[in-house]
Design a protein around this ligand. Structure first.
Ligand code: FAD
Length: 335
């Protein structure tokens, strides 16, 4: 292996890591294939998908239908379930062998686990959690955009020297491309570079996730919490309030990022679009991305300690004050 990493003049092509469940590529991977096609057309490059799994031929064919020209398919029982060891070894070997210019992964649990390990092993940079990618003029330099400073600014980041230019991209940032079942592409079977004894983890049990958002879209009453709720304990109080009102709990992305709520409960541009009769925003500032999810809410109540918070412009009723005091008081009133 090249211990100095990959020379940028010897790299070419745009790669997308394909995540899959039940033999179907995840939407975020197909969204990335769509954007890779846009970039590839601009720079006259090929789009290659990396498909790793067990019995995943169909995933490879779907990746072609969504825009890949070529597939590196690594198939075997050792890849039945995602493991950091096996998947990062495969990606690292493929990158060192074929030297892509760009490697895109979804900003998912797997993407966030895999990308930094691979980037570190191939000695390149990683731009995490991006919301945009474009080529600068006719240069082969990619510009990655991502929110910075608590999303108060948008940063443009480049990886000028190292290759591949690697990044994870948030789901739903790019449009899902139209699937074309008649597209053709080349599937290259790659021998497995990993044996079972190199995988240091084993999957003991898979538990079905209790989805809390089933009812979010249909709910008449939604109590949503944002960063201003402060901590997970207080976030749980929103459940109590929602139950008292006969509603369900939603969240801003900041609350999801803090780990207080399930990503499936996120409301907004990259989350759920809801249409409740009553929406109570607790400690949510009212960013446009969040408001995009509540455009159809009939009555909006905002609770926020900052009287200038933008959410008050959208709210029909506002309570200026501390969440810590107001939520328990409301629960008590309803008891
Ligand atoms: P903050 O903006 O930090 O606001 C916290 C609020 O709580 C403040 O107004 C503060 O005054 C108040 N507060 C603090 N302490 C207290 C207290 N003790 N009592 C009462 N109030 C208090 N966001 C989404 O929500 N959904 C999306 O789908 C989404 N998609 C996005 C897509 C893109 C491409 C980008 C760039 C961003 C997206 N965002 C989304 C992020 C969005 O821009 C905001 O950053 C996010 O909504 C902020 O969440 P927040 O209001 O909870 O946090």
């Amino acid at each position: 292996m090249d211990i100095d990493g990959i020379n940028k003049n010897c790299s070419s092509g745009i790669w997308v890591f394909i995540e899959q469940t039940d033999n179907k590529p995840k939407d975020v991977s197909c969204e990335l294939l769509g954007q890779a096609r846009v970039l590839a057309a601009q720079m006259k490059l090929a789009v290659t998908a990396v498909v790793i799994g067990h019995g995943v031929n169909q995933v490879a064919r779907e990746a072609i239908a969504f825009g890949a020209d070529k597939i590196f398919l690594v198939d075997g029982p050792e890849y039945e379930h995602y493991s950091t060891d096996a998947f990062s070894t495969v990606c690292t070997k493929l990158i060192y062998t074929y030297k892509p210019a760009v490697f895109l992964l979804g900003s998912t649990e797997i993407g966030r686990d895999l990308a930094p390990r691979v980037a570190c092993r191939v000695k390149t940079g990683l731009i995490a959690d991006c919301t945009g990618i474009y080529f600068a003029a006719d240069d082969k330099q990619l510009i990655w955009t991502r929110p910075a400073y608590g999303e108060a600014a948008i940063a443009e980041v480049v990886c000028p020297e190292r290759r591949p230019q690697m990044g994870t991209v948030r789901p739903q940032v790019f449009e899902l491309p139209v699937r074309d079942a008649y597209r053709s592409g080349e599937i290259i079977q790659v021998d497995s570079p990993v044996s079972f004894n190199e995988i240091r983890t084993s999957l003991v049990k898979t538990l079905e996730k209790q989805s809390k958002n089933n009812s979010l879209k249909e709910a008449d009453i939604v109590v949503a919490g944002g960063r201003g709720v402060g901590n997970v304990k207080q976030f749980l109080l929103l459940e109590t309030l929602a139950k008292k009102l006969g509603g369900v709990v939603g969240a801003s992305r900041a609350a999801v990022d803090e780990g207080w709520s399930d990503p499936a409960c996120q409301i907004g541009q990259t989350g759920q679009i809801i249409k409740p009769k009553l929406y109570i925003a607790c400690g949510i500032s009212g960013a446009v991305h969040h408001l995009a999810g509540i455009a159809a809410a009939r009555t909006v109540v905002a609770i926020n300690k900052d009287p200038k918070a933008p959410i008050f412009k959208r709210a029909h009723y506002g309570i200026v004050g501390e969440i810590e005091q107001i939520i328990p008081a409301l629960i008590e009133q309803l008891s």
